[in-house]
Design a binder for this molecule. Structure first.
Ligand SMILES: NC(=O)c1ccc[n+]([C@@H]2O[C@H](COP(=O)([O-])OP(=O)(O)OC[C@H]3O[C@@H](n4cnc5c(N)ncnc54)[C@H](OP(=O)(O)O)[C@@H]3O)[C@@H](O)[C@H]2O)c1
Length: 335
């Protein structure tokens, strides 16, 4: 296969980034893999080679600009000019904001928001002078609708969207041919829920419908190739994004009702379980692309999601009546 060029994927050791690295290699790209966990990076590099691409793993903490800049330099020295850069890395904490320590909140923002900013900056430093290249930043429905227990993550993802809009306008202003895109993912079955920090004593889970990381990776690779401005992946996700944007008050009520207990399974965990927020957790073992919810994943048509539809409809109705009641209360207070 003719080689298509050099790509960089942050967060490539696990989850969506891991599946994206594999998919890029399958489409003819060489892939530089940036993350912290060495076992995951090595396993990802093996997969890229098996798919026919050249692989370079560069242990990097994306929260640190100097490390990201050094990684980009090494990629260009060893693989060649960077054609595409995917900012995927994230780290989070599942807990009500009043239980999140300032250190944990700051760190989630530094990895999830600043990691994307630093990645975009170092990619632009190389792509703008050449007037070519593609940067894809990974977003979420939670860049449009804030849900409980994820204030740090939602703050970061909303801010990632602001950063994207502003930077894209700057590129358009100067007539640049560098493409900057954002792909907003639905809930995906990744290790995030197995190693995210939490103060809750039950195992976190993605809010159904849950997709597999390969679906997310395909949409990211399509965006690298077609350079479209933005993509929202998944029909349910599209509905959430529209509701969050058009009816934010209703979105708040719906999130309050539907997105608390649905973020946890009944499986107990220790609130002190090890987390990957401040340091990698692969401890010599490779987490891979998939999390522990293969049995629930399958997107909109997964049996678990179809079974939850009556409850979803009930929650939507309750949220609507609460929104109307809140509006009435406000109107009568105004009179
Ligand atoms: N899973 C979902 O439900 C979902 C939904 C919507 C959007 N997304 C988006 O999809 C992307 C990937 O999420 P995911 O679910 O695949 O997460 P994940 O399973 O937790 O994987 C996160 C990746 O980021 C890396 N990482 C974490 N901290 C890092 C740091 N400081 N420096 C460098 N790399 C770091 C991790 O590797 P190391 O620990 O080895 O560094 C891992 O490779 C994120 O942008 C997320 O917002 C996910």
């Amino acid at each position: 296969m003719t080689r298509r060029g050099v790509t960089v994927v942050t967060g490539a050791s696990a989850g969506v980034g891991r599946a994206t690295a594999r998919a890029l290699a399958g489409r003819g790209f060489d892939v530089a893999l940036l993350a912290r966990g060495e076992a995951g990076l090595e396993a990802a590099a093996e997969e890229v080679r098996a798919a026919g691409g050249r692989a370079l793993s560069v242990p990097t903490d994306v929260a640190h600009y100097d490390q990201v800049e050094a990684a980009a330099g090494r990629v260009e020295d060893e693989l060649g000019p960077i054609d595409a850069w995917v900012n995927d890395a994230m780290a989070t904490v599942f807990a009500p904001v009043w239980e999140v320590s300032p250190d944990d909140f700051r760190r989630a923002i530094e990895v999830t928001l600043l990691g994307q900013v630093w990645g975009t900056k170092v990619a632009l430093a190389r792509m703008r002078p050449r007037d070519r290249g593609s940067i894809v930043n990974v977003g979420s429905a939670l860049a449009f609708i804030g849900i409980p227990l994820q204030s740090a993550y939602c703050s970061a993802k909303f801010a990632c969207r602001g950063f994207f809009e502003s930077t894209r306008a700057e590129l358009l202003h100067e007539g640049s041919h560098v493409r900057l895109s954002m792909v907003h993912l639905p809930a995906v079955n990744t290790p995030q829920f197995d190693w995210g920090a939490t103060t809750v004593d039950r195992h976190p889970q993605p809010v159904p419908p849950i997709y597999q990381p390969e679906i997310a990776a395909e949409r990211i690779v399509e965006t690298v190739l077609d350079g479209r401005r933005a993509r929202v992946v998944g029909s349910w996700n599209k509905l959430l994004v529209a509701a969050g944007s058009l009816f934010p008050g209703y979105g708040n009520q719906y999130a309050a009702i539907a997105a608390w207990s649905s973020q946890f399974t009944s499986r107990p965990i220790s609130p002190d379980r090890p987390a990957n927020l401040h340091a990698p957790l692969d401890g010599g073992s490779d987490a891979g692309a998939h999390g522990s919810f293969d049995d629930k994943a399958g997107g909109f048509w997964a049996p678990s999601f179809l079974r939850s539809l009556p409850q979803t409809a009930k929650n939507a109705g309750t949220a609507l009546s609460r929104t109307v009641a809140e509006k009435r209360r406000r109107l009568s207070a105004d009179r």
